[in-house]
Design a protein around this ligand. Structure first.
Ligand code: S3P
Length: 164
């Protein structure tokens, strides 16, 4: 069984994944990192080839992950948008939605220039993405954890409690 962490950029997926990996002795896999290894820098993929191409690369990586076991997977914020990715993840693990409020996300992402979809009016863009995505995250998750008042360690503890 794999543990798939999903949620908005800044919700803590990568940090929590690392902690969970250590705790459970699971391999930690990050869809964005795999994309960078296989295809190149994310902001350049968006710039040169567009979002659709990035999403195709993302699905390739999700297919590779779906054949693995005992992994904690940190997903890119838009990874669950495609039905194909959602069903691949459902077939290989439990999906955990790390739910985080807009204000918390904006604070955590202040000054971040690595996320092409948040360029410019970050607060406005986050809000729009969140509106579109919240129902998708909620409907596909096996477990929802509210992260605003928790440290990453506490989020990881809560997930282990709920999943084991
Ligand atoms: C994206 C989030 C990013 C990355 C890409 C697209 C999104 O990952 O996959 O920039 O659509 O929200 P993080 O969630 O780690 O920021």
């Amino acid at each position: 069984m794999n543990i798939i962490l999903a949620g908005m950029p800044g919700c803590g997926k990568s940090t929590v994944a690392r902690i969970l990996g250590k705790k459970l002795n699971f391999r930690v896999v990050d869809t964005d990192e795999l994309i960078v290894e296989k295809y190149g820098v994310i902001s350049e993929i968006f710039e040169k080839f567009g979002e659709e191409c990035f999403r195709n690369f993302e699905t390739q990586v999700v297919k590779d992950i779906a054949s693995a076991d005992n992994c904690v997977v940190s997903t890119g914020g838009g990874c669950l948008l495609r039905e194909q990715n959602r069903s691949l993840f459902k077939s290989c693990g439990k999906i955990i939605f790390l739910r985080t409020k807009l204000d918390t996300l904006s604070k955590r992402l202040e000054g971040d220039a690595t996320r092409p979809l948040l360029k410019g009016d970050m607060q406005g863009r986050l809000q729009k993405l969140m509106q579109e995505r919240a129902p998708i995250y909620e409907n596909s998750a096996d477990i929802v954890v509210d992260t605003d008042l928790l440290t990453p360690e506490e989020v990881a503890d809560k997930i282990t409690e709920l999943i084991l």
